[in-house]
Ligand binder design. Structure first.
Ligand code: LRH
Ligand code: MN
Ligand code: MN
Length: 390
């Protein structure tokens, strides 16, 4: 690696920004069992304190996303000030229109106008929360869909969805954005109202420039080429955010980069090669994960490190050699350029980066030595579930 390359890569990595989800720190599980852990947060403030701890050891996770009402408080401006006092910012506000009995047949696409009103009002309330927290992004994911052919009008539901989105869009401030997340299936099993990037993209396109698509890496059919979706949406200026996690089967919500680090590298290469890594470009790189059996803070630290490793490898791709091989139609050479970068051990580089940033080069070991886990286990009794079973 030339000194110039090294400087370029380290500069980009120093500026990287990975947003943490508050819900990663609470107890979570599957519909079969939640295994509670000791020392998990009891309040939104304690979730923020845990996120801030991850930032203290990694240096690249300076914001935390909230999920409403899981993180409901009376005073959001005060919560924002608390986050700042812990050294982090509040990030995206995630709405939740999937955990109320009224939403059995859908939220904003429900056939009942009263239920639609209630769901849309929640989304509007989330924008008011953004006003108080200073958050830029409203993240929307709808569990809406149907289980049986004939259950409801597929087209009618799209109309209802469009109407709700447009009402919320009109409420956004100049600096605020709406991020629409898609998911192939679950909890609806026959039709899902926002099942794929194309549907999300079409709605966002109609809405306007403040509406962008979220790619949750766990929300696709097996075998889907996610980096293609990344490249396409980037080209259209419609990629707003990621929910990073990894999966073997469906929406597993495992640690990003755990199941398929090569896929994460391919995604990050599309980002890097489009010049979209820098925070100023506007893409929110968030984690959306649950740690059901592993210790939560170390799992989030590991996830941040996995994203950093994939990014470092993507930054190491020799783009000139790649362009030459592509232009010459040298398929094997072009592929080799990518593989050389992927097969580079970037861990020494990342250790140097952390030392440059005044951090311990080994975040997991430093966290283990810090005594934080023992302290919160002693201080916190009766931690709460992340939200799924709450
Ligand atoms: C849905 C989802 C969405 C929710 C989160 C908790 O599966 O990915 O982002 O807000 O999980
Ligand atoms: Mn998600
Ligand atoms: Mn999900």
């Amino acid at each position: 690696m030339t000194p110039e390359t090294r400087t370029r890569v380290l500069d980009a990595l120093r500026r990287q920004h990975i947003e943490l989800p508050s819900w990663a720190f609470g107890n979570s599980g599957t519909r079969f069992k939640v295994f509670p852990q000791e020392g998990v947060p009891r309040t939104p403030q304690e979730k923020i304190a845990d996120a801030a701890t991850v930032h203290r050891f990694t240096g690249v996770a300076p914001s935390v996303a909230l999920h409403i009402p899981w993180d409901k408080v009376d005073d959001y401006a005060a919560l924002s000030a608390y986050a700042a006092s812990e050294g982090v910012q509040l990030g995206a506000i995630n709405s939740n229109v999937f955990q109320d009995n009224d939403y059995k047949l859908g939220s904003v696409t429900n056939p009942d106008a009263g239920v639609r009103r209630k769901a849309t009002d929640h989304l509007l309330e989330c924008v008011s929360i953004m006003d108080a927290t200073g958050s830029r992004d409203l993240k929307l994911w709808f569990s809406d869909g149907t289980n049986y052919p004939g259950q409801d009008s597929i087209r009618g539901r799209q109309d209802r969805l469009a109407a709700a989105l447009s009402e919320v869009y009109d409420r956004l401030g100049d600096e605020q954005r709406m991020l629409l997340e898609y998911k192939l299936f679950e909890p609806a099993f026959y039709t899902t109202d926002v099942p794929d990037w194309g549907t999300a993209y079409a709605h966002c396109l109609r809405l306007g420039g403040k509406a962008q698509v979220v790619i949750d890496t766990g929300h696709h059919a097996p075998g889907t080429n996610i980096e293609f979706i990344v490249a396409f949406l980037l080209r259209e200026g419609k990629l707003g955010a990621f929910d990073f996690n990894s999966r073997f089967y469906a929406d597993d919500d495992l640690m990003v980069g755990a199941a398929d680090p090569f896929q994460l590298f391919r995604i990050m290469f599309e980002i890097v090669s489009a010049g979209a890594l820098d925070p100023d470009y506007g893409i929110a790189f968030m984690l959306d994960q649950c740690h059901n059996i592993e210790a939560k803070i170390p799992a989030v630290i590991r996830s941040v490190m996995n994203v950093q490793e994939a990014t470092a490898k993507a930054l190491l791709v020799d783009v000139e050699a790649l362009a030459d091989a592509q232009a010459a139609g040298e398929v094997l050479d072009a592929n080799a350029v990518l593989m050389d970068a992927y097969n580079t051990d970037v861990r020494p580089l990342l250790r140097d980066l952390r030392e440059d940033m005044g951090l311990d080069p080994e975040p997991l070991k430093a966290y283990a030595r810090s005594g934080y886990a023992e302290k919160v286990k002693a201080d916190r009794v009766g931690g709460e579930q992340a939200g799924w079973g709450a």
